[in-house]
Design a protein. Structure first.
Lengths: 165, 796
């Protein structure tokens, strides 16, 4: 029996009927057709499905859609604004922090949440904190560099200066 | 991006064109696609390693609301659906062809590994399909299983296939056995190693997926599939399994989330869905779950080897002798037979002038998932044998490892090895010297001392690898058993306003072809990079293709593009000559401008492209309109990338925990189009190679045949915290002598060169404590156990 849920996704209000066993990632991908959020495993380890729920990075394969009732979600599709890449997205591009692109949305969503809470990240912090996201292409080398660079660019002063410039 | 004015794009670390869609979530992977009237498939898979199927009852399952159809092996057999083919024929030492037992798309009478397909369920929704799957009743008569590689061919082992009673697919020999044995007989020293090259699971983060649609309008099929070589997929499926004309099958490999070899092959699921799409007259989609991928993606490596190196008293290599047992799994996957033979034994010379080499390889069937090419495919296994032998010999002979390598390096090119390859060019001394500088080998003794003062141990390990890429001259590959051509195709379509679409038979699943290939074209035509689009992965749009594997894209696919560009330039010069009222022989083309040599009379590239499509002032009597050329390129030799890798590792001897402190990789890839992308490829390869050396191991229970490492909970994928910061340098290098770009290929190097460097470093660290050998993966438990064994052995 479908259940009605109301939530905010990438800034827009959404009301939809979902089956009680629908995972949030399935709801995003199949019902809202936000296919940037990916599924790479079935044990909540790869992190390709990472999104923000009320500002926190979560694995959307590990929560039912009905549990997101009333929540404010941001997916990879909601990160950039006005055709401008978010500083973390730009850093991934600049540092070649992605290859096949499949883990990338989850990496970027984890990274932005990490940088928001740890503005002064160094490479060792990133390696330790990135435990919930798997990449098979990059050996993580450039991902780590991208996150440090992206975090620096996300600092409030830096972001404001970039906007003014 | 440097110097856009002159459009010199080759050698520039241009940021990738494809990144924008991947970073914004607008890529299109196979599972992202939902077609009108979409149906969803799941496979019932065998829970047993080996069993006869007594009966299958689908009646209850068919009653589940939403179920569209359920098919078993009997349905496919009734429809004469063929088995999956193997693309490479190997002959045994006795001259007999290898055994090729039937490889049914859905198991019919017998299941041969845990995960073997037993039934295909198609429903309106994934949930309905899964519900129905639970209700299928299969009556299995369990059989004893053969699992262990080393003992699969022993007498009395259960036969995986009734028609191959000794489980031996082939016993293949390569090299001069008599000369090798003679050299061993007179050797001053022989180094012997028993090596297990651990079985791995490729684990591209995008699971395999297929979405097959049949069109009643023209009885044609469109198959979207996460695949590395769509034309090969089409050829194998259409010609060998479903008996369809290729013209009725379009295979599209859209954005593909990593492959590493595992998406080269024609898989049972691809065929089953294509076949079923016509039966149910609806598109059918299947996406592997990760645990299902562990049970159905072709695995990699899995060799058991005894290797010997004979040297004279000065450490000069005299001969190498290798006996390998290679696990094929339950069935022959698409290129399985070539991996431990043609792609393995031919590389056993490495960078050294070893005069005699003989290898014998026994390929065995077991009740496990099929094994096939995984990043490096045979070459990591060969490199591991060679570089472990060399370093062990150095230790036994008390010669510094770098010095022993130098004494044996090949220094004169071209060089014909005793195992069938001819290296065109290389400079191994320079690579090793540079790697030693970057790794600060001179400062190692002090760092080792510092570790010891902390109660830890530190080691340094080398690996000087060579690989053969750009597979291969088709005629030579054919003589070696290949059942396919190994050329590549490309097409350059110049549009009227001068923008260009490049169609390539190579396929990008992370390698960045849309950027690299565009750089090649922009550089040659002198046009802005943003005016070049690269199309790949669609048999409906691209002339032909052999796809991407074996680090062949730029060497073979890039060369096809260069050949097509030659034709474009030749024709464009004729058009320009007409417009400039000059002879085509007098036209120079540089930086996007056609010029009558020695004059200031010029035409822009866009003047010529427009004239080609609006041929009002045009030599129509001599020249066809249009500017669109295609080319096929068949290489004349392999390319031979080489490198020197140095690993420095610190070991906590109390816990067995090891940390890589420095990893230095210096590679010669010949000319480099985009250094940023090339270095990224090396990083990724290093991640997988270090993963093999320290973390990853696919484990089966030898009794039950159950896969024990069947998820990310159990299989140790490398995390960011497991890997070091890499020091990677692409050497100025020695350009390949036989392709137009002078390129060699870079995709697999890291995975090929790194495992022996890691293990050699560990043994260097622990040899003073009595540890002389370690098998991969060198986990803390294995290291600690080896230390304990050495401690016990020392006690009286």
């Amino acid at each position: 029996m479908a259940i009605s849920i109301s939530l905010t996704v990438n800034g827009a209000p959404v009301t939809a009927n979902v089956e009680p066993n629908t995972l949030l990632v399935q709801f995003l991908r199949d019902q809202l057709r936000l296919t940037g959020t990916h599924i790479g495993c079935d044990t909540a380890q790869c992190g390709a499905c990472t999104i923000h729920l009320n500002g926190r990075a979560i694995k959307s394969c590990n929560i039912l859609a009905v549990q997101a009732e009333g929540a404010d979600l941001t997916t990879i599709e909601g990160l950039s604004h006005d055709g401008q890449l978010h500083p973390m997205q730009a850093a991934f591009r600049e540092c070649h922090g992605l290859q096949c692109g499949f883990c990338t949305p989850g990496m970027v969503m984890s990274a932005t949440a990490l940088a928001a809470t740890h503005p002064d990240l160094n490479e060792a912090d990133v390696r330790a904190q990135l435990d919930g996201n798997l990449c098979r292409c990059t050996g993580y080398h450039n991902i780590v560099k991208a996150i440090v660079q992206g975090a620096a660019a996300m600092k409030p002063g830096v972001a404001a200066a970039a906007k003014a410039a | 991006m440097n110097a856009p004015e002159t459009h010199r794009m080759i050698g520039a670390s241009v940021k990738r064109k494809e990144d924008a869609r991947f970073l914004t979530g607008t890529g299109q992977y196979t599972d992202d696609l939902i077609l009108p009237q979409q149906s969803y498939a799941v496979f019932l898979r065998s829970p047993h390693a080996h069993a006869r199927i007594a009966s299958i009852d689908t009646s209850a399952a068919k009653q589940v609301p939403g179920v569209v159809a359920i098919f078993t092996g009997a349905d496919l057999a009734a429809d004469n659906v063929g088995g999956l083919p193997c693309g490479w024929l190997i002959h045994s030492v006795d001259g007999k062809p290898m055994h090729e037992p039937a490889h049914p798309v859905i198991a019919h009478t017998k299941v041969r590994h845990v995960g073997d397909q037993v039934a295909l369920v198609i429903a309106d929704s994934l949930g309905a399909a899964k519900d129905a799957l639970e209700l299928i009743e299969v009556d299995y008569d369990e059989l004893p299983a053969t699992i262990d590689t080393a003992h699969a061919a022993d007498p009395g082992q259960p036969a995986v296939h009734d028609d191959v009673p000794d489980n031996t697919c082939y016993t293949w020999g390569h090299g001069d056995k008599a000369a090798t044995d003679a050299a061993f007989a007179k050797a001053a020293h022989v180094t012997t190693l028993d090596i297990v090259n651990n079985r791995l699971v490729p684990n591209a983060i995008e699971p395999r997926a297929v979405n097959a649609a049949w069109s009643p309008a023209d009885d044609s099929y469109t198959v979207y599939v996460a695949n590395q070589n769509p034309h090969v997929e089409r050829l194998l499926m259409a010609a060998f399994v479903l008996a369809l004309p290729e013209s009725k099958v379009r295979v599209v490999a859209p954005d593909v989330g990593g492959g590493f070899g595992s998406k080269i092959f024609l898989y049972a699921e691809d065929v089953a869905l294509t076949w079923a799409s016509k039966k149910v007259r609806r598109p059918v989609k299947w996406t592997a779950e990760r645990s299902e991928a562990f049970l159905s993606d072709a695995h990699g490596r899995d060799h058991v080897t005894k290797a010997e190196l004979a040297t004279d008293a000065d450490g000069k290599f005299l001969a190498m002798r290798v006996h390998t047992i290679a696990n094929m799994g339950a069935y022959l996957s698409t290129f399985a037979s070539s991996v431990p033979t043609i792609l393995y034994a031919t590389l056993l010379a490495g960078q050294y002038a070893t005069p005699a080499i003989y290898a014998e390889v026994k390929a065995v069937f077991t009740n496990t998932v099929p094994v096939d090419a995984y990043r490096g495919a045979g070459r990591p296994e060969a490199t591991y044998v060679v570089e472990r032998l060399v370093e062990t010999a150095a230790r036994e002979l008390n010669i510094a490892p770098a010095e022993l390598r130098r004494r044996n390096f090949i220094r004169s090119f071209p060089y014909a090895t005793p195992v069938g390859l001819t290296y065109d060019i290389g400079d191994y001394d320079t690579l090793l010297k540079r790697a030693m500088e970057l790794a600060d080998v001179d400062g190692f003794a002090a760092r080792r001392q510092a570790s010891e003062q902390k109660g830890k141990r530190r080691g340094l390990g080398y690996s000087c690898y060579i690989e053969a890429c750009g597979l291969a001259p088709s005629n030579i590959a054919g003589a070696l058993g290949a059942r396919a051509g190994l050329f590549e195709a490309g097409e350059i379509r110049v549009h009227p306003t001068g923008s260009v679409t490049v169609f390539t038979g190579s396929h990008s699943h992370g390698q960045g072809h849309e950027t690299t290939f565009a750089q090649v074209v922009a550089d040659r035509l002198g046009i802005p990079l943003e005016n070049v689009e690269v199309v790949h992965g669609d048999t409906g749009r691209i002339p032909f293709g052999m796809g991407t594997y074996g680090s062949r894209s730029i060497a073979v696919g890039g060369s096809a593009i260069m050949k097509a560009l030659d034709k474009i330039e030749a024709k464009a010069k004729k058009i320009a000559a007409h417009l400039l009222e000059a002879s085509a022989d007098d036209i120079e083309f540089k930086d996007g401008t056609f010029r009558v040599a020695g004059t200031d009379r010029t035409k822009a590239f866009t003047d010529v492209s427009l004239a080609a499509y609006v041929p009002h002032n045009y030599p129509l009597d001599k020249l066809e309109p249009g500017l669109d050329e295609s080319a096929f390129y068949d290489p004349t030799n392999f390319t031979y990338p080489a490198g020197a890798y140095i690993c420095e590792i610190e070991v906590d001897t109390d816990t067995g925990e090891a940390r890589i402190e420095r990893f230095t990789a210096v590679d010669d890839f010949g000319n480099v189009i985009n250094p940023m992308i090339v270095e990224g490829q090396v990083h990724g390869g290093l991640g997988q190679g270090i993963g093999q050396a320290m973390l990853e191991r696919c484990v089966y229970d030898n009794e039950s045949g159950q896969l024990l490492s069947g998820s990310y909970m159990d299989y140790a994928m490398p995390h960011a915290s497991d890997l070091p910061d890499f020091t990677v340098e692409t050497a100025k290098g020695t350009p390949c002598t036989h392709n137009p770009l002078g390129v060699k290929g870079c995709g697999e190097a890291g995975a090929i060169g790194s495992p022996p460097a890691v293990i050699n470093a560990l043994i260097d660290a622990l040899a003073p404590l009595g540890v002389t050998d370690l098998q991969m993966p060198a986990t803390p438990h294995r290291i600690w156990s080896a230390l304990e064994a050495a401690r016990t052995a020392k006690q009286p």
